[in-house]
Design a protein around this ligand. Structure first.
Ligand SMILES: Nc1ncnc2c1ncn2[C@@H]1O[C@H](COP(=O)(O)OP(=O)(O)O)[C@@H](O)[C@H]1O
Ligand SMILES: Nc1ccn([C@@H]2O[C@H](COP(=O)(O)OP(=O)(O)O)[C@@H](O)[C@H]2O)c(=O)n1
Length: 224
């Protein structure tokens, strides 16, 4: 296995990217970078400022004046700061999930985020997860994975996750929202959600997170 490698993990919402990426980073002693958290932080700020999300100029301007920091904690937890404020929990609110793809499709926003993400990856030894990491942000990544799962299973996971945080949502409504977000992420003109050439696709529907990590590590050890 290459040392201080760059590992890219992409896939739709709820496929298990962050869970697996975090566990993998821990096993490898790498840094975990959650790029979705960056788009979420900017979306939260835009919503709080009541910025018209269809106004691409305004949203781009906001991206350019916003400082987003991902700060690793003990283990592989990261805390997300937006202009110095800890927004780790707030960015997971359903309203942010509902609106984030509108912000993420703005080319000026992506340009800014991608620049930051590439800088964070410069020294290697990272696991980065998102939608366009293997295809666009880090096309030269050493290892690329594309996680999937059925929409039903991905909704079930997100529904449970929200419930564990005391947020009760309607399952069918959540399913619709997740499908709408996937569609928007897949259809946007700039760096859409796609499986990068050469990425190993893993359907996690019937796997435990630990099993997915083992598949990934085995693939990396075999140097494929
Ligand atoms: N392979 C898996 N099997 C079962 N549950 C999983 C699996 N991967 C992740 N989960 C659970 O599903 C939820 C959503 O996963 P997450 O990692 O946030 O997905 P993503 O980052 O792709 O949106 C988490 O609560 C996690 O514990
Ligand atoms: N590399 C990335 C990561 C996220 N995103 C956007 O950010 C949103 C939230 O990403 P996330 O990874 O936090 O979403 P979940 O899969 O955790 O629900 C996605 O739906 C995309 O719209 C993106 O455009 N590019």
């Amino acid at each position: 296995m290459k040392s201080r490698a760059i590992v890219a993990i992409d896939g739709p919402a709820g496929a298990g990217k962050s869970t697996v990426a975090r566990m993998l980073a821990k096993r490898l002693g790498y840094l975990y970078i959650d790029t979705g958290a960056m788009y979420r932080a900017l979306t939260l700020k835009a919503l709080e400022r009541k910025i018209d999300l269809e106004d691409e100029g305004a949203v781009t301007g906001l991206a350019e004046e916003t400082e987003i920091l991902l700060v690793p904690q003990d283990g592989t937890e990261i805390r997300v700061y937006c202009d110095g404020r800890d927004v780790t929990s707030a960015i997971r609110e359903p309203e942010v999930s509902r609106q984030v793809s509108r912000v993420a499709k703005v080319p000026g926003v992506r340009a800014r985020m991608v620049e930051l993400q590439r800088r964070m990856a410069e020294r290697g030894g990272i696991v980065m997860d998102g939608r366009d990491i293997g295809s666009y942000v880090l096309p030269g990544a050493d290892y690329k994975f594309f996680l999937t799962a059925s929409l039903e299973e991905r909704t079930r996971r997100r529904w449970q996750e929200l419930r564990d945080r005391g947020i009760h949502t309607d399952f069918e409504q959540l399913k619709k929202e997740m499908a709408a977000r996937d569609a928007m992420d897949s259809r946007r003109p700039v760096a859409p959600l796609i499986k990068a050439p050469g990425a190993l696709e893993i359907d996690t529907s019937n796997l435990e997170p630990e099993e997915v990590v083992e598949i990934i590590l085995k693939h990396m050890e075999e140097g494929r």
